[in-house]
Design a protein. Structure first.
Lengths: 158, 162
């Protein structure tokens, strides 16, 4: 069992259903980015009693679909800014739910602003190690939600 | 008015000097489009009483040079791993110094780095300070970004429940 595996599955299914009205389910199939269609990664970082990164990586057509639903436009006319906003918001909602489980009475956790990368691979997070990776499927699209934890001994500037 | 402009300039020069033994000077012109494509982009975030991002954008050739200096490698020995780690470490050190000036409590994120021509965007933020530098006759830029209002999609979700 990966770290917070069940929680990430539940939150992802709920967010995509409630915010987008889309059914997604976990799959054991691998997400292999197709260089021809482009891939986006949205991430937020959690800081405080637990330090790490929540990353959502999905193909451009699925991000475009999510943006069209969020902004009430057509997939064909969804702008680059709207697509980035939509993916950032999905990462933000996923990260916000995970953060709420990680803070302690002694120390709060903070959630960063979202960052979005247009990439054909995952964003790089130096000094972190992946602790959870789950692939989801919506129709013929796959996407990945990953959790990366700051590696032990990687304490940097204070 | 730019935020922490003097501090950002001084800390950048200090980090390049102490870590890489390189002199950097502010460049009077700023021809780099914001978060220019094909440049290496690294950032850390500061969250707490003050919220914002510290972003480093580096020409790919300079990023390779800096990695070689940091890890004592010849040009042919440098991989994307070294470029990723060196960019992350540089922005972490600049961001760590900026963080120390800000009211507590605040937290510094781990760095994230976009390589290989990937573009990195920060929805819902605007640059409040941007300083372009010259190093080894090539440009890089250090910026502070702060959140504007909530993102457009947050506002839409708030006003039009799905």
């Amino acid at each position: 069992m990966q770290f917070m595996e069940d929680e990430i599955c539940q939150y992802t299914v709920d967010i995509w259903k409630q915010i987008l009205g889309l059914e997604v389910h976990r799959t054991q199939e691998e997400f292999l980015p197709d260089g021809s269609e482009g891939t986006l990664s949205g991430c937020v970082q959690i800081m405080g009693s637990w330090d790490g990164t929540v990353m959502l990586t999905c193909p451009l057509p699925l991000a475009r679909k999510a943006a069209a639903i969020m902004f009430g436009t057509n997939e064909e006319t969804a702008s680059k800014d709207e697509i980035q906003d939509a993916l950032g918001e999905l990462a933000n909602m996923t990260g916000g739910n995970i953060k709420s489980l990680l803070h302690t009475p002694e120390q709060e956790c903070y959630l960063s602003l979202p960052a979005v990368a247009v990439a054909n691979q995952h964003l790089r997070v130096p000094g972190s190690e992946q602790v959870t990776q789950i692939t989801f499927q919506h129709q013929n699209h796959r996407f990945v939600v990953s959790l990366l934890k700051k590696a032990a001994g990687k304490e940097r500037a204070k | 008015m730019p935020v922490l402009e003097n501090e950002l300039r001084e800390y950048t020069q200090l980090v390049w000097q102490t870590l890489l033994d390189l002199e950097v000077v502010p460049s009077p012109d700023d021809p780099i489009p914001l978060l220019a494509k094909d440049w290496v982009t690294a950032c850390v975030q500061i969250m707490g009483e003050w919220t914002g991002l510290v972003v480093l954008e580096t020409h790919p050739d300079l990023a390779r040079t800096l990695a070689g200096k940091m890890f004592f490698l010849e040009p042919g020995e440098i991989t994307t791993e070294e470029i990723k780690d060196s960019q992350g470490e540089l922005i972490n050190m600049v961001g760590g110094n900026i963080k120390a000036l800000l009211p507590e409590p605040n937290y510094l994120s781990v760095p994230i780095v976009a390589l290989e021509g990937h573009s990195l965007f920060f929805p819902g933020t605007i640059p409040v300070t941007q300083i372009c530098f010259l190093c080894e006759e090539q440009k890089f830029r250090v910026s502070l970004l702060q959140p504007t209002t909530r993102s457009r999609v947050s506002q839409k979700i708030q006003s039009e429940p799905f």
